[in-house]
Design a protein around this ligand. Structure first.
Ligand code: ATP
Ligand code: NCN
Length: 189
């Protein structure tokens, strides 16, 4: 199968993430999109992170039983912080029958030179890039890149966390089941 891997902290997962995953599953030439929950992004502070098992559960709640979408906890068992090249090497060994592509926004792609072994990532894997405002995609010559015009939503997990902290609603910004779970457990207060 062709799998698009969508890496992130998902702290928490919001509808911006879900719109992208659904669009990639529909138009990105893959059979499935897997959300890969990173316990610790190498380029982000860990202080505000909800426990990774709780973040994973929120992703499960979001994707319901959509057969196009899956969630992976593979990085929970790998060294931290989570370097994407290491995760991909592991996944390719574990699932030799699958072909993996990396799903990312043009903002992240334009920052790729700061990632571990980024030349290897470009050499060995294809990319599905969705355009984000202010970031043009100019892939290196040897890169295998599909560029998508996905519907865009100016939303981030930071906005969700800030809303919760200041007592504002997160209705419509996350899946209802995610909102209920966050409220029941008093996450991000
Ligand atoms: N609204 C959005 N539309 C499209 N892509 C998004 C959106 N929000 C986040 N992404 C992308 O999804 C991936 C995973 O997101 P991540 O878990 O870092 O969430 P985030 O909303 O950017 O979080 P935070 O606000 O905590 O930094 C990243 O590549 C990020 O750029
Ligand atoms: O491998 C790296 O060097 C690397 C550097 C930055 C980010 N990543 C991964 O990219 C994913 C999304 O990161 P971000 O910063 O776009 O939210 C997250 O899962 C990180 O672990 C990976």
């Amino acid at each position: 199968m062709k799998i698009g891997l969508y890496f992130g902290s998902f702290n928490p997962i919001h509808i911006g993430h879900l719109i992208i995953a659904s669009h990639v599953a529909n138009h990105g030439g893959v059979d499935q999109v897997w959300f890969v929950v990173s316990p610790q992004n190498p380029l982000k502070p860990s202080a505000l992170l909800l426990n990774e098992h709780q973040r994973l559960h929120l992703v499960h709640l979001s994707i319901d039983d959509d057969p196009r979408l899956r969630v992976s906890d593979v990085e929970f068992r790998l060294p931290r912080p989570s370097y994407t090249i290491d995760t991909l090497t592991y996944l390719q060994e574990k699932y030799p029958q699958h072909q993996f592509s990396i799903v990312m926004g043009s903002d992240s792609f334009s920052n790729l030179q700061h990632w571990k072994n980024y030349e290897l990532l470009i050499k060995h894997y294809s990319f599905i890039i969705y355009k984000r405002p202010r970031f043009d995609v100019t892939p290196p010559q040897d890169a295998r890149v599909t560029i998508l015009d996905a519907p865009l939503l100016e939303l981030s997990a930071t906005v969700i966390r800030d809303n919760i902290k200041s007592g504002k609603s997160i209705h419509y910004l996350v899946h209802d089941k995610v909102r209920e779970e966050i409220e029941r457990n008093h996450y991000y207060r």
